[in-house]
Ligand binder design. Structure first.
Ligand SMILES: Cc1ncc(COP(=O)(O)O)c(C=O)c1O
Length: 512
């Protein structure tokens, strides 16, 4: 495949020709060579390749981890003739993902959202953003001063699950900008969701482009998309202009490492992103994190399809086993076609446990207590397992058996006189009064929550899991949102971002 401008397109599974060049990992190799050849290390970090580190820590992490922990600006790694090994590594990642430019991130996809909002939503600029975006989008708008118009996702009330934004809803939101001063600068959406359900990205791109704005897709949960024919296509393949992949979430890199990809459309200037990333980046980014991205890219590009082939086969066996557990429904392909759902990711095993008479929180806790099985997410209605690109088939088989036993042991039947789990209400719609930056950085006071109704929130509060903000800085506090937050807290969720996790008090903008 070849992109419109002659640059390479995405490294799809059938593109053996494009695998050429991918078996190397230039940055990782350069760090490895420097770390192990005994170079004079008269620079940071102070552990000097491990000798200066606490012996127990050195023993636990291994000497080699310290040897490879090197600073920025080392000749032959990221200094010297261009392209340096670091530049080569980012270029190889761009080629593998079908991007014009890829940036390695060492503060997660969070850093990517901060960069994208700073670059595309500067002070006063208007953007459309999915209301249930990850908190890093609104945090980025606090940093940048951009002004969001929120577009609601589709919501499944019965499952308490938010899906993607539909093209129609995006169009309606973008039309609000027409004739109201300067138009929107960009549209930010999420696909896939925490539940692995994908939005109609091609349709969203068409709508955004027709309105003259770039489409940014937070594909944090889909770094593996496009690397196997049975997986969803990546958002870049479907026409997005910039895409985030949280490589550490599903592929093989270290926690906190992620990538930001800019597409070939020319709607987003990589130079502008490079400028804001300099602002957000430590001057001492971790070589271990970046080397892990280089190596994870190699693994995904070269062996991803084969690894995924085996993992998908194991996932299908696990899903089939779990489908026989009484009271458990394994969600997935049957949801495709509902509003906001155009595809699904088999690497997320989503269990609807309502018919067990137990909540997802209870099932997850019982699994943990009995089998030390720890899941990614539990909600009132669901339990969600995250599967990695190269998951252990044995581990998958075991968790299916453990879950089966757990559910059979704790399920409440009709004879127990208890109906299905009472689910919390859906988050009520919120009214935005001032931009997030003004509320977050404005003069605040802490008040008892009862007195906060009608005031403007300075806090971003999300029930975690699943981490969808119910209240954002700049939104009016309503009695309904407080009731919702109390209900999900009582159901077992933590109130992420709340200055008082018990929700007795809250920061609001001072009235004077
Ligand atoms: C949709 C989405 N975007 C961004 C992030 C942030 O990713 P990271 O933890 O890599 O910073 C998350 C984290 O869960 C997420 O779910």
């Amino acid at each position: 495949m070849s992109g419109a401008n002659g640059e390479t397109d995405h490294l799809g599974p059938a593109d053996d020709g494009l695998r050429a060049g991918q078996p190397v990992a230039p940055y990782f190799d350069a760090v490895l060579a420097y770390g192990l050849r005994g170079s004079g290390r008269f620079h940071v970090p102070g552990h000097k390749g491990g000798l200066g580190a606490d012996p127990a820590l050195r023993h636990a992490l291994g000497e080699r981890a310290f040897a490879l922990d090197v600073p920025q600006d080392i000749h032959g790694i990221d200094l010297g003739p261009s392209p340096t090994p670091f530049e080569q590594a980012e270029a190889l990642a761009a080629r593998a993902h079908g991007a014009r430019r890829t940036f390695f991130l060492t503060n997660g996809a969070t850093q990517g959202n901060h960069a994208l909002t700073l670059a595309l939503a500067p002070m006063g600029a208007r953007v459309v953003a999915q209301r249930n975006s990850h908190t890093s989008i609104v945090d980025g708008l606090v940093l940048s001063g951009g002004v969001p118009t929120f577009v609601p996702p589709e919501v499944d009330d019965a499952l308490g699950m938010a899906h993607g934004v539909t093209p129609d809803r995006l169009r309606a939101a973008l039309e609000q900008g027409v004739g109201q001063g300067p138009g929107f600068r960009a549209a930010f959406v999420v696909s896939p969701t925490y539940y692995g359900l994908c939005a109609d990205v091609a349709g969203l791109a068409e709508v955004a482009h027709a309105a003259g704005v770039p489409l940014v897709v937070d594909q944090s949960w889909g770094p593996h998309f496009g690397f196997h024919p049975d997986l969803p296509k990546s958002a870049l393949q479907l026409g997005a202009d910039a895409v985030l992949t949280s490589t550490h979430k599903i592929a093989g890199s270290l926690t906190q490492s992620a990538m930001l990809h800019v597409g070939h459309s020319g709607r987003i200037d990589p130079g502008q992103l490079a400028r804001v990333l300099r602002l957000l980046r430590s001057t001492s980014p971790s070589s271990l994190l970046m080397a892990s991205l280089d190596a994870a890219r190699r693994q995904l590009a070269v062996h991803g399809e084969a690894l995924l082939h085996e993992t998908l086969a194991a996932v299908h066996r696990t899903r089939a086993k779990l489908a026989t557990t009484p009271g458990v429904a394994v969600l997935g392909p049957e949801l495709v076609g509902r509003p906001g759902i155009a595809d699904w990711d088999p690497l997320r095993i989503v269990l609807d446990v309502r018919a067990t008479g137990r909540s997802g929180y209870q099932v997850a806790e019982a699994l943990r207590a009995a089998y030390d099985g720890n899941v990614e997410l539990a909600t009132a209605a669901t339990v969600v397992l995250v599967v990695g690109v190269a998951e252990s088939a044995v581990a998958l088989e075991r968790v299916a058996g453990d879950l089966d036993e757990t559910v059979k042991r704790i399920a409440l039947t009709g004879d127990d006189g208890l109906g299905p789990v009472v689910r919390p209400p859906a988050a009520p719609p919120a009214e935005t009064v001032v931009p997030p930056r003004e509320a977050f950085l404005g003069a605040a006071e802490r008040v008892p929550v009862e007195e906060a109704v009608g005031r403007v929130s300075c806090e971003s509060i999300a029930g975690y899991p699943p981490g969808i903000p119910a209240l954002l800085p700049g939104e009016r506090v309503s009695a309904e949102v407080l009731a919702y937050l109390r209900a999900i807290r009582d159901g077992g969720a933590r109130l992420h971002g709340a200055s008082d996790p018990e929700l007795r008090t809250i920061h609001v903008l001072r009235a004077d």
